[in-house]
Design a protein around this ligand. Structure first.
Ligand code: IPE
Ligand code: IPE
Ligand code: MG
Length: 252
């Protein structure tokens, strides 16, 4: 028996419960304007604000944004430093506004790679917004899907070694419960801006039955209308989860 991946209940609005976005194209946006790449990242923060606002208004439950991948350390040092500074500054300037709007902030990824100062800021921001009941905003920073699965296995094997779990207890569900998204519904809609059509080590396990949407728009040019287009496209799709189309029609 496989786990029933069809456990997601689509709200009456037909909206996705969880939207996951790879925010790509900042560098090219800047380069096309003869500006340094980092200007594209600054412009990208403005898009983040608009997208968060729209998802909160539309009563989306979870919005996950890929901000920095475990592979992005390979970029030039200056760009990595600017991205870290931007992350810290944005966290600092936005957290009160998120809190006022009942948004719960979660950072997923290997946080130990960040400076102590940034780790403390992250912990404070998460604590400040923990009890909020509106949109859950997940920021993936120093995140990799393979890292997530590996850290889940490390937790599980430690529990087996300690005698808290038996090897036979290992199921798909148990693995899911040890991922960094354990308490969240799986993404219904995955969006990637910037024209590339790849997953780039984002939520590998969690995307098993997600609907994919790619747009050539560069992230700083992405806006609420383009997000609405992606959601409309999602609403027109038939999610079958292995069933036949006829079975799905009969059930609804
Ligand atoms: C995405 O934009 C932002 C991060 C990876 C941090 P890019 O910086 O990858 O932009 P392009 O793909 O080079 O245009
Ligand atoms: C993926 O974008 C990571 C983020 C958006 C944070 P990249 O631009 O780093 O992906 P690749 O390297 O082109 O696959
Ligand atoms: Mg890119």
């Amino acid at each position: 028996m496989t786990t029933d991946v069809n456990k997601t209940i689509t709200p009456d609005s037909g909206n996705p419960r969880h939207i996951a976005i790879i925010m790509d194209g900042n560098g090219r946006w800047a380069q096309r304007r003869m500006m340094p790449r980092v200007m594209g990242h600054r412009a990208g923060v403005k898009t983040v604000r608009k997208v968060v606002e729209y998802c909160a208004e539309q009563k989306i439950e979870v919005l996950s944004l890929f901000a920095f991948s475990s592979e992005n350390w390979r970029r030039p040092k200056g760009e990595v430093n600017t991205l870290m500074e931007l992350f810290m500054a944005t966290l600092q300037s936005e957290v009160d506004k998120l809190d006022e709007n009942d948004i719960r902030l979660r950072i997923i990824g290997e946080k130990t790679a960040f400076s102590d100062k940034l780790q403390a800021k992250i912990a404070d921001a998460e604590a400040q917004t923990r009890d909020n009941k509106g949109l859950t905003l997940v920021i993936a920073a120093n995140y990799g899907g393979r890292w997530d699965i590996t850290q889940a296995f490390r937790q599980i094997t430690a529990k087996i070694a300690a005698g808290e779990l038996q090897a036979d207890d290992l199921t798909e569900e148990l693995i899911g419960q040890h991922l960094s998204t354990a308490d969240l519904p799986e993404p219904d809609l995955f969006i990637r801006s910037g024209g590339e059509q790849r997953v780039s080590n984002f939520l590998l396990w969690q995307l098993a039955y997600t609907e994919f949407y790619f747009t050539p728009a560069l992230w700083p040019d992405f806006d609420q209308a383009l997000l609405a287009d992606a959601i409309d496209s999602f609403k027109r799709r038939q999610r079958r989860f292995g069933h036949t189309g006829e079975q799905v029609i009969k059930k609804s």
